[in-house]
Write a protein that binds this ligand. Structure first.
Ligand SMILES: [Zn+2]
Length: 227
């Protein structure tokens, strides 16, 4: 599947949050949930639903915690220097939980990240955190894929405060995920998963590198053609 992603660097609006809008109070957010319960046809005052607006608002804090984190700052201090390792580093099957920005229902799947370091490596657990920071926002799978990929060279560059540029030679990100807005509503297609990919540097330009990456992640069924 082609990804519809273009562009290279993450923009500032991607890295921070909602552009300085006033955040509603918790009471306002709970009132909005009450309204949605009524809209759905139920009584927000009945016993079972009494605590629901508060619980939903707390769940939102968890689902969307990524707006409060700067992925670059998160990773910038975690690099390690290595001269001994210049082979591909792959982290596969990273659990992915996000929410689609069209319906605010779950997107569940896996992310796979690979890169070819050139002197700097990012700790593996930090790559999983990077996925989480972007996933815990309202997302499109294509945008999520490219935000993760585009941030990795940015981080490795920032980590380097001397002049020498030590960007990775290439980065690849593949996401396979099922969208509950497709499986539980609308066209109702259970079992369908969407595969998106973003390839940078030699992952994009060198078919051998790309093949090696796709082989290491156990090449998703529908395959990916990169950019
Ligand atoms: Zn959706």
């Amino acid at each position: 599947m082609d990804t519809a992603v273009v562009g290279s660097r993450p923009t500032k609006s991607v890295l921070t949050n909602s552009g300085g809008r006033r955040r509603p109070s918790q009471a306002e957010a709970e009132a909005a949930v009450r309204t949605l319960i009524e809209w759905a046809g139920d009584d927000p005052d009945r016993e079972g639903l009494a605590g629901t607006p508060e619980r939903v608002v707390r769940a939102y804090e968890e689902f969307f915690a990524g707006y409060n984190e700067d992925p670059v700052a998160l990773l910038a201090t975690t690099f390690e220097e290595t001269t001994a390792y210049d082979e591909m580093i792959v982290l596969r099957d990273i659990r992915l939980e996000s929410h689609c920005e069209h319906h605010i229902v779950p997107i569940l799947g896996k992310a796979h990240i690979g890169y070819l370091p050139s002197g700097r490596v990012v700790g593996i657990s930090k790559l999983a955190r990077l996925v989480e920071v972007f996933a815990k926002r309202m997302q499109l799978q294509e945008a999520l894929t490219s935000q993760i990929a585009d941030t990795i060279p940015e981080v490795l560059k920032l980590a380097d405060n001397i002049q020498e540029l030590l960007e990775p030679r290439g980065v690849g990100v593949v996401i396979e995920a099922a969208h509950q807005c497709m499986t539980t509503r609308g066209i109702r297609k259970p079992g369908v998963s969407m595969v998106t990919s973003r390839m940078l540097g030699c992952f994009r330009d060198d078919p051998t590198t790309r093949r090696e990456f796709l082989a290491m992640i156990g090449s998703p069924r529908s395959g990916s053609n990169g950019a």
